[in-house]
Design a protein around this ligand. Structure first.
Ligand code: 13P
Ligand code: SF4
Length: 306
């Protein structure tokens, strides 16, 4: 670590204390950002942590919808996203207006919305889910017909685990669709002992080749198991940092160096420091939207992890 980086970290930690702040970071963040966080986790764990923290300021090292979810749950806290351009392209593949139109086509359907969506879209939905609890959320619904937005691939994976009729929105994650079946097949030949673990945002033909389909938090727990010694990791590359850090004796093989989410990488230590200094940029959801979105997020939190 350079002197400059050490100095930045020292300033971040001292300012965080002064502001009564907490730093939450997603598993895809840059390693140095994960290392200064109070908590690192998947989307569900991060929203659970945001909901229970008593800190006044939440510095969210992730993408916009994650900071927005924290703001939905904690309206009295200041939620900072160190780079406002850190969005999620998948979340931008649907708008509340287009969802309202679609709902008219399927008046009997319940709307399940992946947490990778805007507050406005959540406000139009019956319940949220993450990759960690999508199947369980689906099982909790009495309805036989479900409009699932916006990730068609997570939706497709869930549809293979339920008898409910699912209407899938055609959204997708540009990072996870870069992962190809050939990546897994080739690595399986090279590392025949390794477990192949993929994220449910991957395409069905990739999922079909996996031993396990897990959220990023699920991958961490799986890797911690004693019997797992080698793991082919089918998700965004940032995941490798924590897996290696927590399991020094094990081998983690990324499926593709191309699986990078450029939005996640926009958050840097310098920007974290700047956001604490300026107390900006702040993410805040208008109250009317917040209350409707909160109902969908709360329902998901009651259900918990799958
Ligand atoms: P997790 O909830 O599994 O961490 O996934 C979030 C995400 O954005 C995946 O691309
Ligand atoms: Fe969105 Fe994909 Fe990046 Fe996750 S990895 S934040 S789904 S673009």
């Amino acid at each position: 670590m350079s002197n400059r980086e050490a100095e930045t970290i020292e300033k971040i930690l001292s300012l965080k204390r002064k502001r009564d702040g907490i730093i939450l970071a997603h598993n895809y963040q840059l390693g140095e950002v994960q290392d200064i966080a109070d908590f690192v986790g998947d989307s569900l764990e991060l929203s659970q942590n945001a909901a229970k923290t008593d800190a006044n300021v939440i510095v969210f090292c992730g993408v916009h919808f994650m900071a927005e979810t924290a703001s939905i749950l904690c309206p009295d806290k200041t939620v900072l996203l160190p780079d406002m351009d850190a969005g999620c392209p998948m979340a931008n593949m649907i708008t509340a207006e287009r969802l309202r139109e679609k709902k008219k086509e399927y008046p009997k359907a319940k709307v399940v919305c992946y947490i990778n969506s805007s507050a406005e879209v959540k406000a139009e939905s019956d319940v949220c889910c993450t990759s960690a609890n999508a199947i369980r959320v689906m099982e909790s619904l009495a309805a036989e017909e479900v409009l699932f937005v916006p990730d068609q691939y997570l939706g497709h994976y869930v549809s293979t685990k339920t008898d409910k009729k699912m209407i899938l929105w055609p959204g997708y994650c540009p990072t996870h669709v870069r992962i190809q079946p050939e990546h897994i097949t080739k690595l399986r030949q090279e590392y025949p002992q390794a477990k192949a673990v993929v994220h449910p945002e991957c395409k069905p033909e990739v999922i079909a080749l996996a031993d396990e389909v897990l959220s990023t938090g699920g991958m961490i727990r799986f890797a911690n198991r004693q019997e797992v010694e080698e793991m082919i990791v089918g998700t965004e590359i940032g995941m490798i940092h924590r897996l290696r850090k927590e399991n020094p004796g094990k081998r983690f093989i990324p499926v593709s160096e191309q699986a990078v989410c450029p939005n996640m990488k926009l958050i840097t230590l310098e920007k974290v420091l700047w956001s604490l200094e300026e107390m900006a940029p702040e993410v805040k959801v208008p109250e009317k939207t917040r209350l409707k979105a909160k109902a969908a997020v709360d329902k998901m939190l009651e259900i918990g992890r799958g």
